[in-house]
Design a protein around this ligand. Structure first.
Ligand SMILES: Cc1cc2nc3c(=O)[nH]c(=O)nc-3n(C[C@H](O)[C@H](O)[C@H](O)COP(=O)(O)OP(=O)(O)OC[C@H]3O[C@@H](n4cnc5c(N)ncnc54)[C@H](O)[C@@H]3O)c2cc1C
Length: 405
């Protein structure tokens, strides 16, 4: 697995270094990197920062939901968004993507998704809905404000972006658990001349050269991209069987009854941190994908997608599956999921996997820090449009109580 350095490893790496090779020139003085770092840090701290009671980081569905509930409670806040437009995360997903949740499960609190209840919206409709949501409730979103560091300074939180610094008593990180691509360790063994991309970069088949495409990872993204590519390319889908939802979500029964049972019933009320079944499901899901929701194995077969086992390595330019079979390919798409990507959080709140230690979104190791939109933050639905509002409400109510107290 490609590693993203945790805040802890980053600080150990740069600040504790005392080797002569680490000497750097600052002005006309030679100092160690650690001293130079400390000097820069205190200069940054002295630099003017915009002050708010609360900073929310990320204006996806999670950050906007938190903003909505903070605004209703009259809590002063600002929402910092790294992208140029609200909804860009959805706009940048592949062209043919439609949500697997029908519009009746795609509304955030306070504003109904503007489409027929059983329609599966396109990714661009979802992006526009989020943009309109921010506009409708006049949420205080700052665009192009990617946060590069979050730490404590002088008893408050200090949030740095390229465009300026912010200070707050409380911070909500609403940047989901899915910000950095996760690659298997053997990805490094692939010849650099072979065309490869991560699923988050995939838009359409025209991006890929002719010849067989190996998709590594057979979860929802892998399966949907496989179908998308199958008309123009020979597709080999590798990875373990993640299971499937045993009905057609677009069929009559699916739309009218079964989707509700799964999304509202199972994902929102049954599989939660408060039920033994939910906790068991969560530990099983860690690092693994959800069962296939829309794509069925029979559909993959009909589309001509070839299934191979889990790829365990690369040998002589060929991928080697767990049954020893060798697979030739011209290009690779890594559908291997995401790393939380929280290396900019300079606080002792992340575990060895880079995931925050928290209870239902409240950091367990520092006061005044919260999360929203995390993988299984409270329930399976925590990362879904239909479920994020409940977590956001809970977080906003903690924040509001602490603001008053
Ligand atoms: C392919 C795909 C299809 C999906 N389909 C569905 C579906 O049909 N139905 C459903 O309910 N769910 C679906 N989901 C799950 C979920 O709804 C989405 O992943 C959704 O985008 C999560 O929203 P979020 O706000 O938690 O995170 P994100 O959408 O990732 O938003 C986080 C925001 O934070 C910003 N950000 C990140 N880091 C920083 C930083 N350092 N500084 C400032 N800003 C930052 C990002 O730019 C982004 O705007 C799907 C997910 C994927 C990957």
């Amino acid at each position: 697995m490609a590693t993203t350095h945790t805040a802890a490893s980053r600080s150990n790496g740069s600040r504790a270094a005392r080797h002569p090779a680490d000497l750097v020139e600052t002005g006309n003085l030679l100092r160690t990197q650690a001293d130079a770092f400390a000097a820069t840090q205190s200069k940054q701290d002295a630099a003017k920062a915009e002050r708010h009671d609360v900073v929310v980081i990320g204006a996806g569905q999670a950050g906007l939901s938190v903003g909505y509930h903070l605004k209703r409670r009259g809590v002063d806040h600002v929402i910092l968004e790294g992208a140029a437009r609200v909804g860009d995360v959805w706009r940048n997903r592949w062209d043919s993507l439609r949500l697997f949740t029908p519009a009746k499960f795609d509304s955030l609190d306070g504003y109904r998704f503007p489409a027929g209840r059983d329609v599966f919206p396109t990714k661009d409709q979802m992006a526009d809905y989020l943009e309109n949501y921010a506009r409708k409730f006049d949420l205080p979103v700052r665009l192009n404000a990617r946060v590069t560091s979050l730490r404590k300074a002088g008893g408050r939180y200090r949030v740095e972006t390229a465009e300026g610094a912010y200070e707050a008593d409380q911070v909500v990180v609403a940047a989901a658990s899915y910000q950095a691509p996760r690659l298997p360790a053997f990805a490094g063994g692939l010849d650099r001349r072979v065309f490869q991309m991560h699923s988050h970069e995939y838009r359409n088949p025209a991006q890929l050269p002719d010849g067989p495409v190996l998709l590594v990872g057979a979860g929802n993204s892998g399966a949907e991209i496989a179908v998308d590519l199958a008309a123009t390319h020979e597709v080999i889908l590798s990875g373990r069987d993640v299971g499937q939802i045993p009905f057609d979500i677009a069929g009559f029964l699916g739309r009218k009854l079964l989707v509700r049972m799964v999304i509202r019933g199972m994902f929102h009320h049954v599989l939660t941190m408060r039920t033994p079944m939910g906790r068991k499901f969560r530990s099983k899901m860690h690092g693994h994908g959800m069962p296939l929701i829309r794509t069925k194995p029979a559909q993959l077969k009909r589309a001509g997608v070839r299934r191979v086992g889990k790829i365990t390595g690369i040998r002589d330019g060929k991928a080697v599956a767990d049954n020893g079979a060798e697979v030739s390919f011209s290009s690779v798409i890594w559908c291997t999921g995401y790393h939380p990507g929280f290396d900019w959080i300079d606080l002792p709140v992340l575990d060895a996997h880079g995931d925050p230690r928290h209870r239902f979104g409240k950091a367990t190791d520092v006061d005044g820090l919260y999360f929203a939109g995390l993988h299984f933050q409270y329930a399976v639905s925590s990362t879904m449009v239909a479920g994020v509002g409940r977590d956001a409400r809970r977080v906003a109510s903690w924040v509001a109580s602490a603001s008053k107290g």
